[in-house]
Design a protein. Structure first.
Length: 149
C-alpha cells in the first residue's frame, strides 16, 4: 500500500472506530491512530491536548459521558486532500456525522478535519488533528421507514 493510501486509511479508519464504538455504546479507543506526541484541538473548546494519552483521555471524558446514547451512528468523510512533503502528510477533508439518540431525535453535525500525519514505527499516524465543527442543524424527530410510497 502506498503512502497516500495508508494516510487515507488512517483518516477513514478513525470514522469507523468512532462509529463502531458509539453504536456499541462504548467510548472509542483511538489510541492506535495517534502518534505518541500528537496534538489535538477543536473549534468548540479552547484547550489543546498534547500526547496520545491526553487525547485518549479527552475521548473518554467527552464521548464517555454519551455511552449508550446513540444508535445508527454514521460518520462520513469526503475524499481527503492529501499532500506528502519531506515525510510529513497533511490531509484536509469535510465530514458529516449523524445518529439517532435514545429519545428518537436525529442528531447531525458537519465540519472539517485538518490533520498532519507522520510515520511512526513503520506506520502513518495522526501527529495533529483539528476538528472544526461548521454547523449542527436543528434536531428532527426520526420517522420509521414504511416502504416506498
Amino acid at each position: 500500500m502506498d503512502d497516500y493510501e495508508q494516510v487515507r486509511q488512517i483518516v477513514s479508519g478513525y470514522c469507523h472506530v468512532v462509529d463502531q464504538a458509539m453504536q456499541a455504546g462504548k467510548t472509542p479507543d483511538v489510541s492506535h491512530l495517534f502518534h505518541p506526541d500528537a496534538v489535538f484541538t477543536n473549534s468548540f473548546q479552547r484547550e489543546r491536548w498534547v500526547g496520545r494519552q491526553a487525547i485518549v483521555d479527552w475521548y473518554h471524558k467527552y464521548l464517555g459521558k454519551r455511552e449508550g446514547h446513540f444508535r445508527y451512528t454514521r460518520h462520513k468523510i469526503y475524499e481527503p486532500y492529501i499532500e506528502i512533503v519531506d515525510g510529513v502528510a497533511t490531509s484536509t477533508c469535510h465530514f458529516d456525522a449523524d445518529s439517532l439518540d435514545f429519545t428518537g431525535i436525529v442528531r447531525t453535525m458537519a465540519g472539517r478535519y485538518d490533520d498532519t500525519l507522520e510515520p511512526y514505527e513503520g506506520k502513518w499516524l495522526l501527529k495533529s488533528r483539528h476538528i472544526d465543527i461548521h454547523y449542527i442543524p436543528a434536531p428532527v424527530q426520526a420517522q420509521p421507514f414504511r416502504g416506498w410510497r
